[in-house]
Structure formats: structure tokens, C-alpha cells
Write a protein of this length. Structure first.
Length: 295
């Protein structure tokens, strides 16, 4: 009922009678971290986590004679995290193409890489992304359905093994308190007055925001720069391809079939080479006759 009311019945009024398309509004100044947001309707919110919801992507199709090409940055926030924190172990893992979640599981659970199970990897993934978003031991214990003491131990082990990340987290918190703001690597700032609050919970929110903003904000900056580069190259080459949607780390192009190979090369090259970090940026590209078929 929820899927039908929001994404089927809810989408119908937005179909433009002239173009037979849905034209969403994209905003650059709504989110605090600088991510582009979508509204009326929110096309960044089409479900992906469970199959029934994901089926809705089948209704999004390109024009006749065209295909969708989808490029998704692989783990961009963790790659940015490795770059900003300068943690040597994380940088080395990304440079060597090692699965970062397996690598973390191996170090945190003291197991050889080849003995890491999928359950270990899932736990390590939660810790990896949890650290980026300033998760607490309580939050991690809820997420992984485990005792709080065990969750705390995971976080402590992580920060012990990845000392560069621990040092970065302490440094960014101090700098934010001192300056009153944090910034992306390109200098875009977010003020964090919450750090001076008398309320403990508000200060905690400020600490999480101070950690997350440089990472998520830098990833958002990189994606915007890549979009500009992709669009510029399309125009320079006189192609009829065009960007039709951005979903945070994902870019969707509508491409005439005869331009497919050139568009794939252009898209992947632009996204991977737009900025030079201490770790490689990877864009995973797929094509299909509808949005569901991508990836």
C-alpha cells in the first residue's frame, strides 16, 4: 500500500502531459553537507533495499532508440575518509584494490583475510560507515543486535588498528570547536554552533556533524565537479547524450544506442579523474533499457 500510494499513485500527477516525463526539482542549498536534493517528486528516494520496491525502477525508461548508462562511485565516502585522515592502512587497502570491509574485519577481528566470513564483513561494514557518521556503541549495538559492550569493543579495536582515523577524529573535533566551522577539502564550509551548546545532546550532534561534513561534503563536491565535466565533454563532442538524474554517488545518463561506447568511456574517465586523491576513485558503470536493469 505504501509503495503504491507514494511511488505509483503518487507519481502520476507529476507526469508532464507535453513531454510525458517526470521533471523533478534539484536543490543545491537544502542539505547541510552540500548534497544535491530532489523534490516534487523526490527521485532520489526510489527504493533500492528490497526487491518489491526496486521493481518500481522498471517504469523509468529512456526514449525510443536510447539506453540508460548508470555510473556509481564505489565507496566514495570511505575513499574520501582515507584521503582526509591519511590513515596508512586504509590508503594501502584502497590502493591495492582490497575489499575495505573484509580488510577492516580482518584487522578488527584478528583473522587472516581469507578466513573472514560474510557475517564478519557485514559487521565491519556497519563499523566502517558508523565511524563516518559518528555512531555510538549504543547505536552500533542496536544496528547489529549485539550487546553494547561488544559493540564498544569493536569501535575501540577499529580506532586502535586505524590510528590515523582516531587522530583525525580528535583533530577535527578540536578544530571545529576552535574555528566554529568545518570545511570540505575544496574549502566549502559548514558552521557548527552546536559545539558551543550547554546541552550535551546538542554538542554530541555537533561532534557528529563536524566529523561527517568534510567527508560527505567532499564526496558531494566531487560528484558536482564530475557532473560539470561530463556535461562539458558531451557538449564538446556534439553528442546527444544527456544527464537525466543524480542520486548522490550515482549518475544516470540517457544515451542514443550509437553513442553507447563513447558515453561509457567519457563517463567513467570523467568521474574517476576529476580530482586526484591519495586513493583511486572508482566508478562502476552499467547499461540497460530501464533504470532497474542498471547495476
Amino acid at each position: 500500500m505504501k509503495l503504491n500510494s507514494t511511488y505509483v499513485e503518487g507519481m502520476l500527477p507529476y507526469i508532464n502531459p507535453v513531454t510525458n516525463r517526470i521533471h523533478s526539482y534539484f536543490h543545491q542549498t537544502v542539505t547541510a553537507t552540500g548534497r544535491i536534493s530532489s523534490a516534487e517528486p523526490n527521485l532520489q528516494n526510489i527504493p533500492t533495499r528490497f526487491e518489491l520496491g526496486k521493481q518500481l525502477r522498471k517504469v523509468f525508461k529512456p526514449e525510443e532508440g536510447k539506453i540508460f548508462i548508470d555510473a556509481d562511485y564505489s565507496q566514495i565516502e570511505l575513499r574520501v575518509f582515507a584521503h582526509i585522515s591519511e590513515d596508512e592502512k586504509m590508503i594501502e587497502a584502497f590502493k591495492n584494490g582490497i575489499d575495505i570491509h573484509k580488510e577492516v574485519a580482518s584487522r578488527v577481528f584478528n583473522k587472516p583475510l581469507e578466513e573472514v566470513t560474510s557475517a564478519d564483513r557485514t559487521k565491519a561494514k556497519a563499523v566502517n560507515f558508523g565511524i563516518v557518521y559518528g555512531i555510538s556503541d549504543f547505536g552500533l549495538s542496536e544496528q547489529l543486535n549485539m550487546p553494547r559492550k561488544e559493540a564498544k569493543e569493536y569501535i575501540n579495536q577499529y580506532l586502535e588498528k586505524y590510528s590515523g582515523i582516531k587522530a583525525f577524529m580528535e583533530k577535527i573535533d578540536e578544530e571545529a570547536k576552535e574555528k566554529g566551522y568545518v570545511a570540505t577539502i575544496f574549502g566549502r564550509r559548514r558552521n557548527i554552533p552546536e559545539l558551543k551548546s550547554q546541552n550535551f545532546m546538542v554538542r554530541q550532534f555537533g561532534s557528529r556533524a563536524a566529523l561527517n561534513m568534510p567527508i560527505q561534503g567532499t564526496a558531494a563536491d566531487i560528484m558536482k565537479m564530475a557532473m560539470i565535466e561530463v556535461n562539458k565533454k558531451i557538449e564538446e563532442r556534439g553528442l546527444r547524450s544527456r544527464i537525466v538524474l543524480q542520486v548522490h554517488d550515482e549518475l544516470l545518463l540517457e544515451v542514443p544506442k550509437e553513442e553507447k561506447e563513447e558515453a561509457i568511456q567519457l563517463l567513467k574517465s570523467s568521474m574517476e579523474n576529476i580530482v586526484e586523491l591519495k586513493v583511486p576513485l572508482i566508478a562502476e558503470v552499467s547499461c540497460a533499457d530501464n533504470w532497474y536493469g542498471c547495476k
